[in-house]
Design a protein around this ligand. Structure first.
Ligand SMILES: Nc1ncnc2c1ncn2[C@@H]1O[C@H](COP(=O)(O)OP(=O)(O)O)[C@@H](O)[C@H]1O
Ligand SMILES: [Mg+2]
Length: 247
C-alpha cells in the first residue's frame, strides 16, 4: 500500500548546523504519529522542510504517491496537507468565524496575507461545518482574542481544517494549554481522526498526551531519528532517556 506521506533521507542545513540530518519515515493513512525529542533536535525544521516552509538541502517528500519535495505551502494545502505553528496564527480582533473564513481564503500562506484578504462569502458554509465539527458554536461570534489561550489553540487547529486536509501536522499543540483543555484536545484529535479520517503528525513534549493519543512515536535527537515504535516502547528506550537528560 502507498504511504500517505513518505519522507526519505531528509536534510536541512543552516550553515554548519545540520538541523535535520537524514530523516526517513512514512505515515499510513489513519495514523496519529507523535514526534518527540529535546529542544533543538530538529522537529520543527523537519515539519518546515516537509511543508515547503524551507527548502530541504537533500531528500524527498511524497504525498499520496506524488513527489511534493520543495512544493510551496499553498500548493501542499491544496493537495490536502494542513499545519499549525508553534505560535498562534489567530487574529485576536476578528471573530472566531471570520478567522476561519480568513484561513480558508488562503490555505496556509502567511498571517498577513490573511489579514488583507478580501471578504469571501463562499466560505461561510465550510466555516459552519468546521464550527460544528470543533463544537465551538458558543464562541464563534466572539473576538478570538477574548478566548483563553487554550481555546485559541483549538481555533488555530480549526483554521487548518478549512482546506479539508487529509494530513495535519501540529507543532506543540499542548504548549501553554491547561490540563483540562489538553484532555479536550486529545478527545478532539481522536474524534477528527475517527470521524473525518484525518491523519496527524504531532510534535509534543507532553508525554501523557503522546501516550494517550499516538499510535506510533518517533524520537529525534541532533537532527536524526533516535528511536521509533509504539509510544510506551520509545518512552522507555534508554537512548531516548539519555537524549532528554543530555539536552
Ligand atoms: N532559521 C534558522 N536558522 C539557523 N538555524 C536554525 C534555524 N531554524 C532552526 N535552526 C537550528 O536548527 C536546530 C533545530 O531547531 P528546531 O527544528 O527548531 O528544533 P526543535 O523544533 O526540535 O526544538 C537548532 O539548532 C536551531 O537553532
Ligand atoms: Mg520546535
Amino acid at each position: 500500500m502507498t504511504a500517505l506521506l513518505d519522507v526519505q533521507a531528509m536534510q536541512k542545513a543552516y550553515g554548519a548546523i545540520r538541523a535535520v540530518d537524514g530523516v526517513s519515515f512514512s505515515v499510513a493513512s489513519g495514523e496519529i504519529l507523535g514526534v518527540i525529542g529535546p529542544n533543538g533536535s530538529g522537529k520543527t525544521t523537519l515539519f518546515n522542510a516537509i511543508l515547503g516552509q524551507v527548502l530541504p538541502s537533500a531528500g524527498s517528500v511524497a504525498f499520496e504517491g506524488h513527489d511534493v519535495t520543495g512544493s510551496k505551502p499553498l500548493h501542499l494545502a491544496r493537495r490536502g496537507i494542513g499545519r499549525t505553528f508553534q505560535s498562534l496564527q489567530v487574529f485576536g480582533k476578528l471573530s472566531v468565524r471570520d478567522n476561519l473564513i480568513a484561513a480558508g481564503q488562503e490555505f496556509g500562506t502567511g498571517k498577513f496575507a490573511r489579514l488583507f484578504a478580501a471578504p469571501e462569502a463562499g466560505l461561510g458554509p465550510r466555516a459552519e461545518e468546521i464550527i460544528a465539527l470543533f463544537r465551538i458554536g458558543h464562541v464563534a461570534h466572539l473576538p478570538a482574542g477574548s478566548l483563553s489561550y487554550g481555546q485559541q489553540k483549538l481555533v488555530d487547529i480549526a483554521m487548518a481544517f478549512m482546506s479539508r486536509p487529509r494530513l495535519v501536522l501540529l507543532d506543540e499543540p499542548c504548549a501553554g494549554v491547561n490540563p483540562a483543555l489538553i484532555d479536550q484536545l486529545t478527545e478532539l484529535l481522536r474524534r477528527l481522526n475517527r470521524e473525518a479520517g484525518t491523519t496527524f503528525i504531532v510534535i509534543e513534549h507532553n508525554m501523557d498526551f503522546v501516550m494517550n493519543l499516538c499510535s506510533r512515536v518517533i524520537c529525534m535527537a541532533q537532527g536524526r531519528i533516535l528511536a521509533e515504535g509504539p509510544p510506551a516502547e520509545v518512552q522507555a528506550n534508554r537512548a531516548v532517556l539519555e537524549a532528554y537528560l543530555g539536552a
